[in-house]
Design a protein around this ligand. Structure first.
Ligand SMILES: [Zn+2]
Length: 165
């Protein structure tokens, strides 16, 4: 962007940090022509996105919260920060695609869905914390899905035989 002092459009970013829990970014820039330093703020133009809690309260979606939940599930597990970041990005876009709001259950299910295929230990850790927040029924469904995913193959054969009779 143009320097506020000399209007040159060549600048470099000398410092960049997340503010407001990662909702915005503050950048210190330096004009390459006159060395003047100035600050810019950057934020997403996506509409506000809310999470409905079981109590009926709504709160703004906070990526940082999801990230810290996922990070603690992966503690001491062989998973890179960028893989964790990627997972949280996917979860965020999945729940945002639901509309203007989503429930904490939606988030939990999206996270679990991805953890299952990445790391079983992280999956079980997240599940055990998450069950405090999720609806009991959703959690039962989740446990059921995991069992089906890990069930021995002959179960499928049995259900095929049942269908044929
Ligand atoms: Zn300048």
């Amino acid at each position: 962007m143009r320097c506020p002092r000399c209007a040159s459009s060549d600048d470099r970013v000398v410092d960049s940090r997340e503010i407001e829990d990662g909702v915005a970014v503050r950048r210190r820039r330096e004009c390459l022509a006159c060395s003047y330093r100035y600050t810019t703020f950057e934020r997403s133009t996506s509409p506000a996105f809310f999470i409905e809690k079981r109590s009926g309260e709504r709160e703004p979606f906070e990526r940082a919260k999801v990230l810290s939940g996922v990070r603690s599930a992966f503690k001491n597990r062989p998973v890179s920060d960028s893989a964790i970041d990627q997972l949280v990005n996917e979860v965020e876009s999945a729940v945002r695609s639901l509309g203007l709001s989503a429930s904490s259950t939606n988030i939990g299910i999206e996270v679990l869905d991805r953890l299952r295929s990445i790391d079983e230990v992280a999956y079980l850790r997240f599940a055990s914390v998450y069950k405090d927040f999720a609806d009991a029924n959703d959690f039962a469904r989740e446990a059921d899905l995991l069992q089906k995913a890990t069930a021995p193959k002959h179960h499928n054969v049995t259900s095929n035989l049942v269908e044929e009779t």
